[in-house]
Write a protein that binds this ligand. Structure first.
Ligand SMILES: C[S@@+](CC[C@H](N)C(=O)[O-])C[C@H]1O[C@@H](n2cnc3c(N)ncnc32)[C@H](O)[C@@H]1O
Length: 257
């Protein structure tokens, strides 16, 4: 039995559903709309890639369908960019290549090369780090770690943007711990920004406990809130800041179980 199924979300773009985690990979109201909002538009990433020619590095927690990497290519080509980008991601439980064949991002984003690219990735993955690039995007490299985040050997490059995109804390708890956010912190550049769709106080408290400054902003597709974090509090000046000390106090009191 296949434990991962293909679905079309309400904006017409694909997502997957994991029977093991009992969760969709994206908001069923719109995979592309949600990912654009949470990881590209709300974080300052689109502005940053438009305004620099310096290299940028991104780390994604959970490669899933590959949507975030393809969205990066989409922005890159539509904005006619040329800066070098290193995109790192990790995936412990890749979908099988037959399921990936159903994914429609090449149609939704209007680039046929995306289909062949995903096919190539999902049929060639080997344990540990794998590296890929597309002919039309020679300055962008996908570095994909096949294995668990717990086993991941941190890249040498320091990371500027983190896409924290595991399943929810209720079902994927190991990716929302203080240890996880400390490991991410050790991989980060001093101005790094982390974003996640999640607004749970427990997740925010674990981030704060690991040394991240925290803020909130409007979530995607009518969700009230999402979370933005940084190691530099100046980076959060345009968002509604949260009180890290208060979150840490509650964490230490075991308010979150
Ligand atoms: C919400 S999905 C990611 C969605 C993805 N970013 C996308 O755009 O399609 C979460 C992903 O994290 C992966 N995952 C869960 N636990 C993991 C772990 N401990 N280490 C690495 N990957 C994990 C799952 O297999 C799944 O692909």
């Amino acid at each position: 039995m296949n434990s991962i199924e293909h679905h079309i979300t309400k904006d017409g773009s694909s997502t997957l559903f994991s029977k093991v985690f009992d969760q969709y990979y994206h908001n069923p109201n719109g995979a592309v709309s949600e990912s654009r909002h949470v990881f590209f538009e709300s974080t300052g990433l689109t502005e940053a890639i438009k305004s620099t020619t310096q290299p940028i590095s991104i780390f994604e927690m959970g490669f899933g369908t590959g949507l975030n990497f393809l969205l990066l290519l989409d922005y890159y080509s539509k904005l006619e960019l040329s800066l070098p980008i290193q995109f790192y991601s990790v995936e412990a439980f890749p979908a099988d290549p037959e399921t990936i064949e159903h994914i429609n991002y090449q149609e939704v984003l209007g680039d046929d090369s995306y289909k062949e690219f995903l096919r190539n990735v999902f049929t060639s993955l080997k344990s540990g780090w794998n590296s890929y690039s597309l002919k039309n995007y020679p300055n962008i490299t996908l570095n994909l770690f096949y294995g668990t985040f717990q086993d991941l050997e941190a890249p040498e490059t320091s990371i500027d943007f983190f896409f924290h995109d595991p399943f929810s804390p209720e079902v994927n708890g190991e990716l929302w711990t203080v240890e996880t956010f400390e490991k991410l912190k050790n991989m980060a550049s001093s101005d790094a920004v982390l974003s996640t769709y999640c607004a749970a106080s427990k997740a925010r408290a674990a981030l704060a406990k690991a040394g991240w400054y925290i803020a909130k902003t409007r979530g995607a597709l009518g969700k009230r809130e999402m979370t933005i974090a940084s190691l530099n509090d100046q980076k959060l000046s345009s968002y509604k800041r949260l009180k890290e000390a208060r979150l840490i106090e509650r964490f230490d009191r075991s308010d979150f179980g």
